[in-house]
Design a protein around this ligand. Structure first.
Ligand SMILES: C[S@@+](CC[C@H](N)C(=O)[O-])C[C@H]1O[C@@H](n2cnc3c(N)ncnc32)[C@H](O)[C@@H]1O
Length: 213
């Protein structure tokens, strides 16, 4: 892949990490912040909708929404190990024929990706350096709803990312995490014509839903 961070993502979200996430998902279900996002999305009618899940990991969001009437879902992920795990889990749950997968950096692939009724980015924005490009490109694909989970503004998130990035740098690991500001994300989404309909803090995370009026 083209960018340094994408090479870091491929190395960090590797087969071992994908297997660990899948095991946890099978044992406990979606993470708490993901469950809050799913409940907030399901508060609107989702039957018959299409879904674009960017950075979907092992696929907790499409698996849940396909089970309540979303017709088809596309997962675009920069980690080939996560794509393989998501594909295997969707087949195991009987949703394989309603899922499509694309491996790569969503920002680079965006011109080739079709719009969807619902777009989701669950804990993805914090893994990408260019918040403007990622949010603008993904928002442009959302016909109705845009759901996201990202680190909320706090001194703790800033400190955590600084410590983690120092460790990555010392280990010569190109992966970095980013505590992008809520005000930046919010204004990018408003400029893209979306209105905020829901927001809640869940631990270190902020869960938000935007809609096209
Ligand atoms: C922390 S994981 C979250 C996975 C899943 N959404 C969840 O919440 O369990 C971040 C995911 O975003 C993906 N990702 C980050 N930046 C991306 C980009 N620019 N294009 C595609 N995928 C990206 C990574 O490959 C990884 O699967």
């Amino acid at each position: 892949m083209d960018c340094c961070q994408c090479q870091g993502i491929e190395g960090f979200f590797n087969e071992r990490e994908a297997a660990r996430s899948l095991k946890k998902y099978r044992r406990d279900g979606p993470a708490r912040s993901t469950r809050v996002l799913l409940d907030a999305l399901r508060a609107s009618p989702v039957e018959g909708a299409t879904l674009l899940d960017i950075g979907g990991g092992i696929g907790a969001i499409p698996l849940d929404l396909l089970s309540v009437g979303v017709t088809s879902a596309t997962d675009v992920d920069a980690s080939s190990a996560y794509i393989a795990a998501a594909r295997a889990e969707a087949a195991r749950q009987g949703f394989g024929d309603r899922m499509a997968y694309q491996h790569g950096n969503f920002v680079a692939l965006a011109p080739t990706i079709a719009p969807a009724d619902i777009v989701t980015l669950d804990r993805v924005i914090c893994c990408y350096h260019d918040v403007h490009a990622l949010v603008q490109a993904s928002a442009s694909k959302a016909r109705r709803l845009y759901g996201l989970v990202y680190p909320r503004d706090s001194w703790f998130s800033g400190a955590l990312s600084a410590v983690a990035n120092t460790l990555f740098r010392l280990r010569k690991n190109p992966f970095r995490i980013f505590a992008h500001r809520t005000s930046t994300i919010d204004s990018l989404l408003r400029n893209a014509g979306l209105e905020r309909r829901f927001q809640r803090n869940v631990g270190l995370w902020r869960v938000a839903i935007y809609a096209r009026p």
